[in-house]
Design a protein. Structure first.
Length: 418
């Protein structure tokens, strides 16, 4: 078939970043080694993309920068709800951009990459080209018993999120996207269950996360400082659903004299977490580092020996992947994206039945790892091998390229809906 021609939707797409920006950029960059890629993305991503391409040109990778007209975008920016409105309308807007591109380029595949939200449709499904939708996530929910620990801000946020998902699941365009997609990639079993109810016929469960080969090698080469007593670390935005309060309770409960708990990140929950550390009597052993750059964060990571990531509804869990690459054993809840990354050989995942039970089991897991260096080493080495084998961006690029060829062969050109 020669090089597949792929039209990619990547609202978030920036080099040198983490999270969804990394998903968009690395998926485009790696697949362009095997395919001709056109990426539709935001104009705000343009400076960093063009700076990177000027340093390191990438053949077969083309960008189309789109934003809503100023008069339309002015009232859909700022707050979370307004941002979702902007993103939804942007999806409609790029459909017309993509339709014009299709008149000049015979695309084999359309691939929606970011954002990974299953309850917002991709209107590119209306094009007469097979669509790969995802990986998409967002089907994860904090177990009901854990919501009693959320403050007012957290409870409001959860209610808005639940409302948004309910509206999305009743949006006919979400259902059309789900049913008409040639392949739906779900980040977690929880999201897969929801898209199945929406009518998906062909789906796979696959994490959206990855790391570059150089980054994996650097994290592996740095090695973990195997100090005693070991340091414990958590990384992420300080949000109610990230579960840092569970990490603090587990740390306070565990019999770990002399051990420090480092928390890297910032957010609206910081004051509540600092107050909780004081109430638990561990404020002298907990260090809040605040927001750090990615390089500074990874430097802190390799100074620690255990990562605890008690997130309650994470579609990914990038900190877990970075810790695994560095050889740190991960302690997490058996929920969402971290549970997809974790196996019994590469992490300790505990059930999430109630806050009291989870804090107790997390504390037990921390004690086991802290007091058994051989166990830490065994789990850390298995985790490193898993990352190299399954989570390099280079491997993911090859996998997507094969998907593009196979799906294009299986699906004849679709009749246009427009």
């Amino acid at each position: 078939m020669g090089r597949s021609k792929v039209l990619m939707s990547a609202y978030a797409c920036q080099p040198g970043r983490g999270s969804e920006e990394a998903v968009g950029w690395n998926t485009a960059r790696e697949t362009s080694k095997y395919c001709e890629i056109w990426v539709v993305t935001r104009k705000l991503n343009r400076p960093s993309i063009e700076a990177e391409i000027s340093r390191d040109p990438i053949p077969n990778l083309h960008f189309v920068y789109c934003d809503l007209p100023q008069w339309l975008g002015r009232w859909t920016r700022g707050q979370l709800l307004e941002w979702h409105v902007y993103y939804y309308i942007w999806q409609i807007y790029i459909y017309f951009v993509a339709r014009r591109l299709c008149r000049n380029i015979s695309f084999d595949i359309v691939h929606h990459v970011t954002f990974v939200k299953y309850w917002i449709p991709s209107f590119l499904v209306l094009l007469p080209v097979p669509l790969i939708w995802g990986p998409v996530g967002g089907g994860e929910s904090a177990p009901k018993a854990f919501k009693k620990d959320f403050g007012l801000r957290g409870r409001i946020s959860e209610a808005l999120r639940d409302t948004g998902r309910w509206l999305g699941e009743h949006d006919p365009f979400v259902r059309l996207t789900t049913r008409r997609s040639a392949l739906v990639e779900a980040t977690t079993p929880e999201t897969a269950a929801r898209i199945l109810r929406l009518g998906a016929e062909n789906f796979q469960i696959r994490s959206q996360l990855g790391l570059g080969r150089e980054e994996i090698e650097q994290l592996s080469a740095n090695g973990v400082e195997d100090d005693y007593p070991p340091r414990i670390i958590s990384i992420g935005r300080l949000l109610h659903w990230k579960g840092f309060h569970l990490g603090l309770r587990a740390f306070a409960r565990a019999d770990l004299p002399g051990t420090e708990y480092w928390i890297v990140g910032d957010g609206p929950e910081r004051r509540r977490l600092q107050t909780l550390a004081e109430a638990l009597g561990v404020e002298n052993r907990v260090r809040f580092w605040g927001y750090l750059s990615r390089e500074e964060t990874l430097a802190k990571l390799v100074q620690c020996q255990i990562l605890i990531h008690p997130s309650l509804h994470d579609s990914g869990g990038g900190a877990c992947l970075e810790a695994m690459a560095a050889g740190l054993p991960v302690v997490c809840l058996d929920l969402g994206g971290p549970a997809v990354l974790a196996t019994k050989e590469t992490a300790l995942a505990v059930p999430a039945i109630s806050p009291e039970q989870a804090s107790h089991d997390l504390a037990d897991a921390l004690e086991r790892l802290a007091k058994d260096p051989a166990l830490r080493l065994r789990i850390g080495e298995a985790a490193q091998e898993k990352v190299k084998r399954e989570y390099s961006w280079e491997m993911k690029g090859q996998l997507w390229a094969r998907h593009y060829v196979n799906i294009a062969r299986q699906h004849q050109t679709l009749p246009p809906v427009y």
